[in-house]
Design a protein around this ligand. Structure first.
Ligand code: CO
Length: 135
C-alpha cells in the first residue's frame, strides 16, 4: 500500500549551492548526505514534516541523472511514494503493464527503491520506496 509522498527528487548542479536554499534559507534539516558510487550521485535528504526533499548531484557523466541535468537543466526529477511493500508495488505495476525501469527493488537513499518509467506515468518519473529505518 502506498502511504504518502516520501520525497520529491530534485536534480542540482551543485548540492552545496542547493543547500544554501533548502537548508539555510528554508531551514530544512539534513537527514542524509552521501555519495552513492554505483549510481554516480551525491544524494541529500532534507526533512519537511513527514516528507523529504532529495537533492541529487551527479558525480559522473554517464548516468541518467547526469543526462537529465545536461538536457533539461536543474529541476524536479521524480516523485517517490512510500510503500510498506515495495516488491508488491513493483509486481502490481508490472501486472498492469506499466513500463518499469527497475526489474526488482534495490537499495537506495530512501531504503529499498525502484523506479517506473515516465512514459507510463504521464511524463513523471515515479519511485517507490520502502524505508529500512525511520528518520
Ligand atoms: Co528518490
Amino acid at each position: 500500500m502506498l502511504t504518502k509522498i516520501h520525497h520529491v527528487g530534485v536534480v542540482v548542479r551543485s548540492a552545496d549551492e542547493a543547500l544554501k536554499f533548502y537548508r539555510d534559507a528554508l531551514g530544512l534539516p539534513v537527514t542524509e548526505d552521501r555519495v552513492i558510487d554505483d549510481q554516480g550521485v551525491r544524494g541529500i535528504l532534507l526533512k519537511v514534516g513527514g516528507s523529504e526533499i532529495e537533492l541529487l548531484e551527479p558525480t559522473r557523466n554517464d548516468t541518467g541523472v547526469a543526462r537529465f541535468l545536461e538536457t533539461r537543466g536543474e529541476g524536479m526529477h521524480h516523485i517517490c511514494f512510500e510503500s510498506d511493500d515495495v516488491e508488491a508495488e513493483l509486481e502490481a505495476a508490472r501486472a498492469k503493464g506499466i513500463q518499469l525501469i527497475d526489474e526488482k527493488p534495490r537499495p537506495g537513499l530512501a531504503g529499498m527503491i525502484c523506479f517506473l518509467h515516465p512514459k507510463s506515468n504521464h511524463g513523471v518519473l515515479v519511485e517507490f520506496a520502502q524505508p529500512i529505518a525511520e528518520h
